[in-house]
Design a protein around this ligand. Structure first.
Ligand SMILES: C[S@@+](CC[C@H](N)C(=O)[O-])C[C@H]1O[C@@H](n2cnc3c(N)ncnc32)[C@H](O)[C@@H]1O
Length: 212
């Protein structure tokens, strides 16, 4: 696990003064309101990579188990849940403020009708380690500012949490090494499929299949 430097959005307990912001954003033709706080990733506006990702990801139509890994204030997982209301959606982040925002945003956007959404705080898969969960989809806008090493490590754990034919979808800024990640994936997991769903505004959206 990385060091807990409290000046970063990926700190467990950020120390930035608390200031609440509100973001409104239309995603997949639905308007969402997100409450955010200083110390949380992209708290002033929806990150462009997140927007490109949400607009282009594949969301299964049938009832599924879905995971937003590193959820921040929750935009990806909340859209997954809105678009696939029958599915169970898990959102995990290490940053306690992010998880607080996510819980608020679930209430704001999904109201009482949502019982199958779980916002958990902890280091990647650690909060669900003993729950024997497998997912149809794992979605991630990875924290690459911490360096690639951490994300490559997560990639190795993904397959233990995917169902057969489940997918891992993620977004990488081209300048942050999207081509490197693609090559790394192909070299390291030669039996897995990886495709680029879209390249837009300097971001590449990837989808990898797990096929056993
Ligand atoms: C690039 S941000 C994306 C946030 C959100 N998904 C979005 O698109 O707005 C990456 C997120 O990963 C979280 N993160 C970093 N390290 C983590 C870890 N070890 N376990 C869980 N989440 C982590 C950060 O706190 C941050 O919220």
């Amino acid at each position: 696990m990385m060091e807990n430097n409290s000046n970063h959005y990926y700190s467990k307990f950020p120390d930035a003064n608390v200031k609440i912001h509100t973001i409104s954003e239309s995603l997949r033709r639905h308007l969402y309101i997100f409450k955010t706080i200083t110390g949380v990733f992209s708290y002033k506006r929806l990150d462009l990579g997140t927007k490109v990702f949400i607009e282009n990801i594949y969301i299964p139509e049938e009832t599924s188990n879905l995971l937003d890994l590193g959820c921040g204030y929750g935009p990806i997982g909340i859209v997954l849940s809105y678009e696939s209301p029958q599915s169970s959606v898990y959102l995990i982040d290490i940053n306690k403020r992010a998880v607080w925002c996510t819980r608020e945003n679930v209430k704001l956007n999904l109201q009482e009708r949502k019982k199958n959404i779980y916002s958990l705080s902890g280091n990647y898969f650690e909060p669900i380690k003993n729950k024997h969960l497998k997912f149809d989809g794992i979605y991630m806008n990875p924290p690459l500012r911490q360096g690639r090493k951490e994300f490559l490590k997560v990639m190795h754990d993904i397959s233990s949490y995917l169902k057969t034919n489940g997918s891992f979808q993620f977004v990488i800024k081209k300048k942050m090494g999207a081509a490197y990640i693609l090559k790394y994936f192909k070299d390291t997991f030669p039996d897995e499929n990886i495709e680029i769903i879209c390249k837009r505004s300097g971001y590449w959206v990837f989808k990898c299949f797990h096929q056993l």
